[in-house]
Ligand binder design. Structure first.
Ligand code: C5P
Length: 215
């Protein structure tokens, strides 16, 4: 079983939500997991497109990268491509909020407290999955600090996904990940290991799901 002839779309890395032209809200995601998945999907024969937030890492060879900065840009570039993909993996650490009114010029420091109004960003993988075509596979991540499997299972249903990779905050900006895979009918705890190894297992599961759907 391979992914030859298949297209895999991956969201990866953090997003940045600007307060003004020089300051932003973001998170510690490095984009390593998204790139590890891209490399594994490419090695399995897929055409791979990564919609990537800002990252210092170099993408794996042979994958197409669409660079984005904000969650709204990531949403737009993902939805543009998701209907043509066979599998969509949401590995990005999307900022859950953005600033309601970003200042056009650098905000001056005046020694006083400052209030920010934040508004919710769209859920990119959920929106992509809501437009699913028959046969497509959607995979998400869930970073949890407690009751990981239970909330991953809830998230799987809420977002309309086929598989969730549940993991803890220690995997952020690390080369390793301790993950539990959660699908509709099964749960599998993986031994902690390098992201490349876990990516290979996730890609193998996606390959199996795609073949089951075709059968
Ligand atoms: O709801 P939560 O943030 O825990 O969900 C994580 C999963 O949803 C990841 O796959 C992440 O890429 C995706 N996500 C998204 N858009 C958001 C928030 C999360 O695609 N705004």
């Amino acid at each position: 079983m391979s992914l030859r002839g298949r297209t895999v779309l991956i969201t990866s890395g953090p997003t940045r939500e600007f307060l003004d032209p020089v300051r932003f809200l973001s998170n510690a995601s490095s984009g390593a997991m998204g790139f590890a998945l891209a490399a594994a999907a490419r090695a399995a024969g897929a055409k791979v497109v990564v919609v990537s937030g800002p990252t210092p890492l170099s993408p794996p060879t042979g994958v197409c990268v669409v660079p984005v900065t904000t969650a709204l840009e990531m949403l737009r570039e993902t939805l543009k491509r998701s209907s043509r993909a066979d599998a969509v993996i949401g590995a990005a650490a999307v900022s859950d909020w953005r600033v309601a009114h970003a200042a056009a010029h650098k905000i001056k420091r005046n020694g006083s407290p400052r209030r920010l109004t934040l508004i919710a960003n769209p859920d990119i993988i959920k929106e992509a999955a809501a437009k699913r075509r028959p046969g497509q596979v959607f995979v998400g991540f869930a970073l949890e600090t407690r009751r990981a499997t239970k909330s991953a299972r809830r998230k799987l249903a809420r977002k309309g996904l086929d598989l969730i990779v549940a993991n803890g905050p220690e995997s952020l900006a690390s080369g390793r990940i301790a993950a539990t895979l959660v699908a509709k009918d099964w749960t599998r705890r993986l031994p902690p290991g390098p992201k490349a190894r876990v990516a290979k297992i996730v890609v193998a599961d996606i390959t199996r799901l795609l073949h089951e759907r075709r059968a």
